[in-house]
Design a protein around this ligand. Structure first.
Ligand SMILES: Nc1ncnc2c1ncn2[C@@H]1O[C@H](COP(=O)(O)OP(=O)(O)OP(=O)(O)O)[C@@H](O)[C@H]1O
Length: 393
């Protein structure tokens, strides 16, 4: 669904006609961007990033503070000039370091929603939403058509009755809805979001997330969304690009990055993990808690990681790929699951059992059993590297 009271501009229609099905919504190739710090040193904010985003996808750029996600988003928007690489939006090259192409931000066919809402304080909500229609290059519209589209956009984001209010008269959540309406009013094919929900309180954030997803499905735009909140990323994304130091560590579905992380960094950043150090031995890896049987080969010295929900607790030693002896030192009921803290040698393991579990108590001697497929094996620094894995995206 699109806001339909006026046909899209002739330029957009012909551009759309030129686009074949195989063309991507956004394509990023070999992008780099360095910043110079006050002390004269340079920091690689983006370091050779590649991403191919299909039309209609909801792609989340996820990573800790400083990993380069905002710089990458702003480069797509045209608010930052990369050093090298190439960006296409809807099949049109908007940046190419090799040819010197750099299409201005106002000429890229996309909209952006900022963390700070970026509303004009002296304009009503409706005027804020109308602003891009009034200032769109090459598009002339009469006032009543514009007002109709503004009303439709405000209604679509659930604040059809607040058009006459000024930003200072609106709550944070309502202001972000205005910003969203402003991004939608142009019927942009691509909408960029820079942590748009981080300034609203937790309850409103949850509501807005759900609404944003359903709006994205209804309007059919491609979303590129920056967050450092992995739960938000898992909920929203069709695919997540996990960034570290300006590089895309993995680009895959939420399921893929959670269940089959490409690197130890991704495994630890997405979800919770328990960790053991292992050294290669006959049949698997030897750890301080015994043998972990696995056919995975990731070098001589490895990190063996497993999710808390994959450890199973037993009173007797189980016949599994790993059986780690320990003692329960705390039992915490978390609502959806029970967390058992198990002291196993020097290592404190977290094991989650769904629902309320009373099978073991504080002080019980237990075995933590693991299946081979639930143990993730990554080379430790300085260890012989495994063969590069096939891209899983
Ligand atoms: N204008 C600038 N001048 C100098 N360094 C910058 C500038 N903008 C960003 N950086 C640096 O580039 C790196 C990436 O910054 P960026 O804002 O893209 O990260 P981010 O992942 O979006 O972080 P956050 O979640 O904190 O916003 C950081 O090391 C940052 O200090």
């Amino acid at each position: 669904m699109k806001i339909t009271s006026a046909p899209s501009s002739p330029a957009r229609q012909s551009a759309a006609a030129e686009q074949s099905e195989v063309q991507r919504a956004v394509e990023i190739r070999g992008l780099t961007k360095h910043f110079r710090r006050q002390d004269g040193s340079t920091v690689p904010a983006i370091d050779g990033a590649d991403l191919s985003i299909e039309k209609g996808e909801f792609v989340v750029l996820l990573g800790p503070s400083g990993c380069g996600k905002t710089t990458l988003l702003r480069s797509v928007a045209g608010l930052e000039t990369p050093d090298s690489g190439r960006i296409t939006v809807g099949g049109t090259t908007v940046f190419d370091g090799a040819t010197g192409t750099n299409v201005g931000a106002d000429r890229r066919e996309l909209s952006m929603v900022f963390q700070s809402y970026a509303l004009w304080p002296h304009m009503t909500a409706a005027r804020n939403v109308r602003y891009p229609l009034e200032n769109q290059r090459g598009a002339r519209r009469d006032r009543s058509t514009m007002n109709q589209r503004v009303a439709e956009a405000l209604t679509a984001v659930g604040i059809g009755d607040l058009g006459g209010q000024y930003p200072s008269q609106l709550s944070g959540g309502q202001q972000q809805r205005v910003a969203l309406a402003r991004a939608l009013v142009n019927n942009s094919d691509v909408v960029l979001f820079d942590e748009p929900l981080s300034n609203v309180d937790a309850k409103v954030r949850e509501t807005l997330r759900v609404e944003l997803l359903s709006m994205q499905r209804r309007f059919g735009f491609t979303a590129l969304f920056v967050t450092h909140d992995q739960a938000e990323a898992m909920e929203l994304a069709t695919r997540i690009a996990v960034l570290d130091k300006g590089q895309v560590q993995q680009f895959g579905t939420p399921d893929e990055v959670y269940a089959r992380p490409a690197t130890e960094y991704v495994a630890k950043f997405i979800g919770n993990t328990n960790e053991l150090e292992g050294t290669r031995t006959e049949g698997g890896y030897s750890t301080s808690l015994g043998l972990v049987r696995t056919s995975a080969a990731a070098g001589e010295r490895v990190s063996l990681l497993f999710r808390p929900e994959h450890g199973k607790l037993f009173a007797e030693r189980p016949d599994m790929a790993a059986a780690l002896p320990g003692r329960v030192v705390a039992v915490l009921f978390m609502g959806t699951h029970t967390e058992f803290l198990v002291q196993a040698g020097e290592t404190r393991l977290r094991i989650w059992v769904s629902g309320r579990s009373t099978d073991f108590r504080d002080g019980d001697e237990v075995w933590v059993g693991l299946r081979e497929q639930d143990v993730m094996v990554f080379p430790r620094e300085g260890s012989e590297q495994q063969e590069p894995q096939e891209e899983r995206a």
